[in-house]
Each structure stands twice: as structure tokens, then as C-alpha cells.
Design a protein around this ligand. Structure first.
Ligand code: DQA
Length: 140
């Protein structure tokens, strides 16, 4: 099993940004947690982050026929990006949408997700643990 984890804009600022919402652990902590869990489960995993919409689209295209699943937190692009949705549909790779915070109980605009209708599953508001749950979901 080979998985790709994609993180969108400002997630590299974890541990600095809005700690009351996202916690005090850093992006490096998140990556370590994902790599440790993947190793324990024998899953091959790649973790990428970009602040640029186009780069995220390219990462998705590059995964075509190379990975079995994508775990994606498009961050703010969740609520705006048709390009990311189209890339996910183009490669036909099953994906799980993850959000650290509970986007359903925040501002109205965070309730919109262009990718949600096509996601294998949505995991929201479970903190970093959401990524672990997504890996386990692909292993089911
Ligand atoms: C987020 C929620 C988004 O609304 C926000 O723009 C983010 C992070 C989350 O993981 O909770 O940057 O995707």
C-alpha cells in the first residue's frame, strides 16, 4: 500500500498559527507522527506540503498510477479550489479529506468543501489524529 499525504497553505505554520484552534504541535511533529504510524503499519507514505494551489494540483497529477490513496488537507483551498477537485477527479485515486479543526462549527465559509462530495471519507476536528485515522481507513 502506497499513500500520499498532501497538506495545503499555512499548515507549515502549525505550532505558530492560531494555537487555540490548531494546537501547539508543529508541522514537523505532524510529519513525524504520520511517518511513525506508516512505518508501524508497513505502509509506504509520502508527505508533501505547499502554499501554492498549482503545486498541489501538480502533486496530485504526479501521483497518477503511482499511489493507492491520497490523504488531503487542502486547508483554505478546500473552500475555494475547483482546480484541486478537478485534479483529484482526473487521477481517479480514492482520497480522504482531513481537517485538523472542526470546520463545520467555524465560520460559514469553512462549511463549503468542493472536494467533500467525492471523498471516500471526511475526518474533521480530530486534530493530528485525523491523519492517523485516514491511514487506518485505507488499510481496512
Ligand atoms: C483546515 C481548516 C481550513 O478552514 C483552514 O483554512 C486551514 C486548516 C484544518 O485543518 O482545520 O488552513 O484545513
Amino acid at each position: 500500500m502506497k499513500l500520499l499525504v498532501l497538506n495545503g497553505p499555512n499548515l507549515n505554520m502549525l505550532g505558530i498559527r492560531e494555537k487555540d484552534i490548531y494546537g501547539s504541535k508543529t508541522y514537523a511533529d505532524l510529519e513525524k507522527m504520520i511517518f511513525d504510524h506508516a512505518k508501524e503499519k508497513g505502509v509506504e507514505i509520502e508527505v508533501k506540503q505547499s502554499n501554492c494551489e498549482g503545486k498541489l494540483v501538480t502533486f496530485i497529477q504526479e501521483a497518477y498510477q503511482k499511489v493507492d490513496g491520497i490523504i488531503i488537507n487542502p486547508a483554505a483551498y478546500t473552500h475555494t479550489s475547483i482546480a484541486i477537485l478537478d485534479a483529484l477527479k482526473a487521477v481517479s485515486i480514492p482520497f480522504i479529506e482531513v481537517h485538523i479543526s472542526d470546520v463545520s462549527s467555524r465560520e460559514e465559509f469553512r462549511k463549503i468543501s468542493y472536494i467533500a462530495p467525492y471523498a471516500k471519507k471526511r475526518i474533521i476536528g480530530h486534530g493530528f489524529e485525523g491523519y492517523i485515522e485516514a491511514i487506518d481507513e485505507f488499510l481496512k
